[in-house]
Design a protein. Sequence first.
Length: 198
Amino acid sequence: MGLKVGITGGIGSGKSYVARIFKALGVPFYDADTEAKKLMNTDGQIRSALIKQFGEAVYLEDGQLNRAYLSSVVFTDEKRLQALNAIVHPVVIQHGTDWAEAQSYPYSLKEAALLFESGSYKSLDYTILVTAPLEMRIKRVVKRDAVSREQVLDRINKQMPDEKKSEIADFVIVNDENVPLLPQVLTLHQQFLRERIA
Ligand code: ADP
C-alpha cells in the first residue's frame, strides 16, 4: 500500500484543476465528492439512515436519491446538514480508505472539498491545500457555474477559512496563475515517490 495523500481547497481555488495534473502523472485518484454522490444511491447503510432521518421522500420511486428534496431540507437548516454529513462522511471515508489500501502505486491522491471539516484528513499521511486569491476564486466560479458573485461569496463564507486550513495542511500549492504551478506539483510528486521508495 502506498502513501495516502489528500488534496483540498476552498471553492474556486482550483483543487480539481491541480488534482487533474497529479492524475495525468499516473497517480491513482479518488474523487470523494463524486464517490459520495454514488454511495448515497448504492450504499444500504446510508440509505436506511437517510430514510430514518429525512423520511421516505428522500428517495425517488426509482430508488435514486431525491437530491432536490434533500438540498431543500438541509439548505437553511444547519442541524440537518450536520445530520446528513454525519451519515454520509463516515461511509465515504471508509470507502476511500479501502480504495487507497488497494492501490499499488507509491502514493494515491484523494480529493475532497471537506477534507478538514469531515475529519477525513486524519486517515491520510499527508494533505495538500490549494489556494488562490479571493477575487480570483470568485471570478473562476462565476464563470464555471454561471452563478452570481453573491452566491459564490455566500458559499465561500460557509467554508472553513484558508488561514485555518493552512494550519492543518502539510503542504500548500499556490494556484494564483502567477506562481508557476507545474513545478510545485512536480516537487511534491517527486517527494511522495522518493519517500515511498526510500
Ligand atoms: P475547485 O475544484 O477548487 O472549486 P476548479 O478546479 O473547478 O476549482 O477550478 C475553478 C475554475 O478555474 C475551473 O473552470 C478551472 O478550469 C479554472 N482554473 C483553476 N485553476 C486554473 C489555472 N491555474 N489556470 C487556468 N484556469 C484555472
